[in-house]
Write a protein that binds this ligand. Sequence first.
Ligand code: X90
Length: 291
Amino acid sequence: MGLRTIKIVVDSSAGVLKGITVPHGSAPLKIITSQREYVDDETLDVEEMVNDLAGYSGKSSTACPSPGDWLEAFGEAEDVICIPITSMLSGSYYSACIARRTYEEEHPGRRVHVLDSLSTGPEVRLLAEHVQEDILEGLDFDALCASVSQYRRTTGLFFMLESMKNLANNGRVHPLAAKAAGLLGIRVVGQASEGGELELLDKCRGERKALASILEHMKQRGYSGGKVRISHCFNETAALTLKARIQEDFFKAPVEISPCRGLCSFYAERGGLLVGFEGRNPQNLRNATAG
Ligand code: X90
C-alpha cells in the first residue's frame, strides 16, 4: 500500500488557510437575512456583506455547514483531519460528525478525525498549521490526531469587539453583557474559554487599552514569542498596532495578519479583532503561573 492521502478540513470560520500547501478544504457557513443568503466561501465579497448588513435592521442569523457541505470538503481523501468551530457556539462540529459517519460507511478504509477546536478563526489556523508540520514530518494518522490535541492545549484565542449586537441577537452572549460593548468608545476583550465558550474578560476605554490588555493576557498564558495569527474585521490598524507591540517585547515574533471572512465578520463586526497565539501554559494553569 502506498502513502495515504491526508487532507486538513476546516469550516469557513477559520478564514483563509494561508500557508497550507498540503491538501486542504473548507466547508462554508452561511449568513442569512430576510433578503439574502451569503455563502461564506472564497467568492464572498465580505466588504459588500458588511456594508449591506450595516444598512439592514431586520433579523439576521447564521447556519453551520450541512453534513453534505462537509462531505464535499472531505472530497476523495483517504484520511481527513477535520477541525470545526467550537461545538459550544455552533452545530458545525455535530454536522461534521454526521458527515464522518457517512464518509466512513460509504468508503470502507477511509478515516476522519473530527477535533472540536473549542475556538475559531486564527486559533483554528494555528491548529491546521500544526497538523501540516506533523504531516510533513511523516507522522501517521493516529499520531497526527494525538499531536494536534496536545498542541491545542497550549494555544489560545483572545478577541476585541466594538459591538456584540449580532452575538446577542443570535443568543451567543447574554444581552446584558452585550450592552457594554455597545457603549461609545468601549472595547470588550474576551477569550475562548478552556471549555470552548465565549468568555468576557475586560471592558476597556479605547482600543489602545484593549490591545494592551490582550498582550497582557497572552503573557499570562505563557506567550513568549511564538506564533501569532490575527484576524480583523476592517481594522488593519489595530492588527498592525498589536503586531508592533508584540514585536517590541518579542523581537521578530512571527505574527501574521489577515482579514476575517464572512462568518467572523458577521459576529466580530466592524472593528473586531481575533488573536490566536501559541502560549506555553495550558489554560487551566494560567492562574497558577500568573503571580
Ligand atoms: O452555527 C452557526 O450558525 C455559527 C455560530 C457561530 C457563533 C459565534 C462565532 C464567533 C466569531 C466572535 C468572537 C470570538 C469568540 C470565540 C469564542 C470561542 C467571532
